[in-house]
Design a protein around this ligand. Structure first.
Ligand SMILES: Cc1cc2nc3c(=O)[nH]c(=O)nc-3n(C[C@H](O)[C@H](O)[C@H](O)COP(=O)(O)OP(=O)(O)OC[C@H]3O[C@@H](n4cnc5c(N)ncnc54)[C@H](O)[C@@H]3O)c2cc1C
Length: 334
């Protein structure tokens, strides 16, 4: 379809309590510059039930306009209802670009919209830019197993759509923003929603990991040698008030759950401090953590590639280094 405007939309996914998920807030950061370059209005789209909190958040983080669709049928995500709402809005307003968080639901929704509107989708982006003249978004994402970064354009179709990984962009500072809020009545009969949630199985409290929002992460790789090897990693993390991350090798070995995985097929993180223990520094791991503020690597191989990405490196056995580090942190804290 043709774009009717130069507007750039950000889909603000919500939690069940109607608050905005972090990824939508993060996306407003690059979206502000992109919309300004493109000369369009930065619009946040909020779909759900009782989502006033998310609307306020979108205003505070820089949306100039917020389009809201509310109804009982949106209380829980369903592909049919959300796709119907989003496509109806796009057909009415004709935005030029749409950014969606690459969450489980975002990864489900985006291709469905792209397919229905016969436009392009670039999935799982890690960087964004826009060409002022053409308005084409330069969507950058890892390709060929993370060995190179591909920049993809969608010059012939609109809206151009992309999903962007949580944690790639940082939240801006909230301000006293005022946006034009438009409420649209779009409904779908519940019987037309072809999927039904039978049961929600919550992650066990002990498995919950907030890597994307973490200020400090201590990660373990194959070098920890087994599930028990995560003991010293977890102890340092506890002393620092940090989250525990892992390389794919450790996850694939079954030593820790996938929710801890950092990297191209795990989470993209940007903590202030990232401590990599027994991780070699494969490109697919670096793709998920190279945006960290300070990187510390502990590895017994002085030639490990992780040292090329690290600000500080300790060549040594993690089982000797970590307990000393933990003790020093505890001393400093007390
Ligand atoms: C398509 C694709 C997607 C991928 N996605 C991801 C991803 O999301 N995340 C990811 O991490 N990987 C990913 N990988 C895998 C990646 O290529 C590497 O295989 C993986 O990162 C290696 O994990 P590692 O560094 O823990 O293990 P290794 O490469 O085996 O490194 C272990 C390191 O531990 C060190 N070591 C051993 N013992 C000790 C000790 N006692 N003390 C200190 N150091 C020690 C060794 O010197 C070595 O450097 C992906 C691969 C592909 C092809």
């Amino acid at each position: 379809m043709e774009a009717k405007t130069k507007d750039l939309w950000v889909y603000m996914e919500t939690e069940e309590n109607g608050t905005a998920k972090n990824v939508g807030i993060e996306l407003l950061t690059p979206a502000k510059d992109m919309a300004a370059k493109q000369g369009g209005t930065l619009t946040a789209v909020v779909i759900g039930s009782h989502v006033d909190a998310a609307v306020k958040t979108a205003e505070a983080y820089g949306a100039e306009r917020v389009i809201v669709v509310e109804g009982d049928e949106y209380a829980q995500y369903s592909t049919d209802a959300y796709c119907h709402a989003m496509c109806t809005l796009i057909e009415k307003y004709g935005p030029s670009s749409l950014l969606i968080g690459a969450t489980n639901d975002g990864r489900d929704l985006a291709p469905r919209i792209a397919c229905r509107l016969k436009t392009g989708l670039t999935a799982d982006c890690t960087a964004l830019d826009i060409d002022e003249e053409s308005g084409n978004v330069a969507w950058t994402r890892p390709a060929f197993g993370g060995n190179l970064m591909a920049t993809i354009l969608c010059p012939d179709h609109r809206p151009q759509i992309g999903t962007i990984r949580p944690g790639v962009f940082k939240k801006g500072d909230p301000a006293d923003g005022r946006a034009k809020v438009i409420r649209e009545e779009i409904h779908m009969d519940k019987k037309d929603i072809r999927t039904r949630i039978v049961e929600l199985i919550r992650e066990m409290e002990s498995d919950k990991v907030d890597l994307e929002g973490a200020e400090i992460i201590v990660s373990g790789g194959r070098g920890v040698g087994g599930p028990n090897g995560f003991g010293p990693v977890k102890e340092l993390a506890k002393a620092l008030g940090a989250s525990v991350g892992a390389s794919r090798a450790a996850v694939d070995a079954g030593w820790i759950s996938h929710s801890h995985q950092v990297g191209q097929t795990g989470k993209t993180v940007a903590p202030r401090l990232y401590i990599a223990c027994g991780i070699s520094g494969a490109i697919q791991h670096l793709a998920g953590m190279s945006g960290s503020g300070v990187i510390v690597a502990i590895n017994k191989d002085p030639d490990a590639p992780i040292f090329g990405a690290a600000d500080y490196g300790v060549v040594g056995d993690l089982f000797e280094v970590l307990p000393v580090l933990t003790q020093e942190v505890m001393k400093a804290r007390s």
